[in-house]
Design a protein around this ligand. Structure first.
Ligand code: UGB
Length: 638
């Protein structure tokens, strides 16, 4: 093996790697060196040769300052915006659910990133989505998928991990019996790092401390397409009847709330590629979806990364001045005065593909991904790098290609789809659909001061509650208006702390079914409502809540909350500094928030045995009967 690999290194002009070797390297050192070469060769489509070749091409373009957007003119792409809770929403959600049931959708969670910007040392899918129940992102996603699945065929989940997250992700799943998913329902694909490049000649960089080791870095979330293809996952899914594939990020709690509607929109418009977007604020650190028309007549619907939007809009305006609405904007990335938002929908890497054409395209390309390189040059001559660089790829590039340095001969997904292929977007407006957790507390405070979205643990938590309240409000429940608050320097929008397990209803239609008289359900400002456990047979008829209520239900318990009044001191979220608990030794999930949860008084209804229960406080609000399964609650066992 080492002979073949040595010849490969010679052929690729990489013999400098042997320069640091002693005159007689040990067999063990040689063997681990060639083992790493072999691994790097095996884990990249086309092997190390393709990697070095691509590197040379991209580095040459980067040095020459090739502008990837040269000649492309942006305009607002075609897509559908449907407002949450409207009859049109109901229609597309129902159409989407019809496609999901019976195993029609596969889910892909990209979870290889470590979240260095957040200041959390664990894997991000293990973060609590909120402090009220502490449910982790991974558990929430899986419980929502299982709720969508209902009693139908299993909906498969693939998780992309990396060397940084693989062991902890597996351990989390193992320790929790896959959170209820069957064996074989979860597939893990692991992305590998790629070799670092030391100079414009794409010379591989050895570790300065160990000449028998190459430096490596992550290749980016775009690896997911190659891995789903090369692992045979997509073919297996096709065979089992999956028609749609939905990609999700590691920390966006409301990801699945809009999925059935997005599938409905894909079906209605026969979209092969549907980028599930959100309204975008100017300057927001999310990509913008644009229709790009080239001077030579080509068009594509593509994600333009946030750091390129402003310059592209200004540049095209200067070139084609005069037709502002369509061809750029002299002030760059600014709001459309009519809406107060960027005219370009925000791309959040929630991608919905029709599996057939997607899998067929990967078969054609072998999973090769468009890549880019971003070297930090030592000086203006662009001949030396400050530190070794590497090639990277992004998941949105395959379906929606626009990478600066894509070499023209690399295949792009929509471009090579048949002419009838359709690429578009959907926005489910008037609802919280995007609230990732990426930013540490100090940076979140700075963003907040500038009025930007913070994507912090505090905003992620507040939005979990806001999102649940939106579902209740759209069902007719009476809720107080949202309140703007500053929590340890970070602006959030506060609603009652509502956490409802997805088994209550994975769609708006299903939630409405559980609330037959929603106008008889009301929550006061600052209240906490937790419905957890198996809520498939729970109905909420009348509730007046001013304080904290926790309802916990085991599978097999059929619970009707006929009439319940709760009034207690409830819970609060004091900042750690206000309660003298900012010690520096607080758990990381509190440190990234700057606040904690304090439970003052709680009414609990615990249904820990199967059975049929009706909760009824009676006309005077007096307990009718306390059954043995209820600690502080009121339940009548029938
Ligand atoms: N991820 C991996 O699985 N592997 C990797 O090598 C890297 C990441 P980031 P970023 O929607 O918020 C993207 O780092 O770079 C996973 C889009 O490019 O949070 O800020 C990682 O675990 C941008 O257009 O993303 O920006 C996580 O789940 C915009 O859409 C996911 O990839 C933005 O996300 C995203 O990783 C956004």
């Amino acid at each position: 093996m080492s002979k073949a690999k040595k010849a490969l290194l010679q052929e690729l002009g990489q013999t400098h790697l042997f320069d640091g070797w002693g005159s007689k390297p040990s067999a063990a050192d040689e063997s681990r060196f060639y083992k790493q070469i072999e691994d790097l060769d095996a884990s990249y489509p086309g092997g190390l040769k393709a990697y070095v070749d691509n590197g040379r091409k991209l580095l040459a373009d980067s040095k020459a300052g090739v502008n990837p957007l040269e000649g492309w003119t942006p305009s607002v792409p075609v897509g559908e915006t449907v407002a949450y809770g409207t009859p049109e929403f109901d229609e597309v959600e129902a159409a989407g659910m019809a496609a999901v049931s019976g195993g029609g959708c596969g889910f892909v969670l990209v979870a290889g990133g470590l979240g260095e910007r957040l200041g959390y040392s664990g894997i991000k899918v293990q973060l609590p989505t909120q402090l009220t129940t502490g449910t982790t992102y991974l558990e929430l996603y899986i419980r929502h998928i299982l709720a969508l699945q209902g009693s139908g065929a299993p909906l498969p989940l693939a998780i992309m991990t990396s060397g940084d997250t693989d062991a902890q992700t597996r351990a989390l799943l193992d320790a929790n019996a896959n959170f209820g998913m069957r064996a074989g329902q979860v597939t893990i694909v692991r992305q590998e790092k790629v070799a670092c490049l030391a100079d414009n000649d794409a010379r591989l960089a050895a570790d300065p401390k160990d000449p028998y080791k190459l430096l490596t870095k992550p290749h980016g979330h775009g690896d997911v397409h190659y891995l789903l293809h090369s692992s045979g996952t997509l073919d297996a899914w096709l065979e089992s009847g999956v028609q749609w594939v939905y990609f999700m990020q590691d920390t966006n709690a409301p990801s699945l709330k809009v999925l059935p509607a997005a599938i409905g929109i894909s079906r209605r418009n026969q979209l092969d590629v549907n980028s599930v977007c959100v309204p975008r604020m100017p300057g927001e650190a999310i990509g913008g979806l644009m229709k790009l028309t080239h001077a030579d007549g080509r068009t594509q619907t593509a994600n333009v990364e946030y750091n390129q939007i402003d310059a592209l809009l200004k540049a095209r305006y200067e070139e084609i001045w005069g037709d502002m609405g369509r061809y750029g904007e002299p002030r760059g990335d600014v709001a459309d005065p009519a809406t107060g938002r960027s005219p370009y929908p925000g791309s959040i890497n929630q991608l919905l593909f029709a599996l057939g054409p997607y899998a067929a395209q990967l078969h054609k390309t072998g999973g090769t991904m468009p890549e880019f390189v971003n070297p930090k040059y030592a000086d203006a001559s662009k001949t030396k790098f400050k530190s070794p660089t590497r090639l990277e790829c992004m998941m949105q590039e395959t379906p929606l290609p626009i990478s600066p340095q894509i070499s023209p001969d690399l295949p792009d997904y929509p471009k090579s789809l048949p002419p009838s292929a359709r690429v578009g977007f959907s926005v489910i407006s008037n609802t919280t659909a995007f609230s990732p957790v990426k930013t540490n507390l100090a940076d979140a405070r700075a963003k907040s001061a500038k009025g930007e979205p913070t994507y912090s643990a505090a905003s992620g938590e507040a939005d979990v509650y806001a999102s649940a309240c939106e579902v209740l409000a759209a069902s007719g429940v009476r809720l107080p208006p949202p309140v703007h608050a500053i929590r340890d320097g970070v602006g959030v929008v506060d609603t009652p702390r509502v956490v409802i397990d997805p088994s209550f209803g994975p769609t708006l239609a299903a939630v409405r079914d559980k609330l037959p008289t929603p106008h008889a359900v009301s929550l006061a400002q600052g209240s906490t409502l937790v419905l957890e456990g198996d809520l498939t047979r729970v109905r909420l008829e009348a509730l007046s809540l001013d304080g904290a209520l926790v309802v916990r239900v085991v599978p097999g318990a059929d619970v009707t909350i006929r009439n319940l009044r709760v009034s207690n001191k409830g819970w609060e979220s004091p900042t750690l500094s206000d309660v003298g608990e900012l010690t520096g030794g607080e758990p990381e999930e509190l440190a990234i928030r700057g606040y904690k949860l304090r439970k003052l008084q709680t009414r609990e209804l615990i249904f820990d045995q199967p059975g049929v229960y009706v909760v009824d406080d009676g006309p005077l609000g007096l307990p009718a009967l306390v059954n043995s399964f209820s600690l502080l609650g009121v339940a009548v066992a029938l």
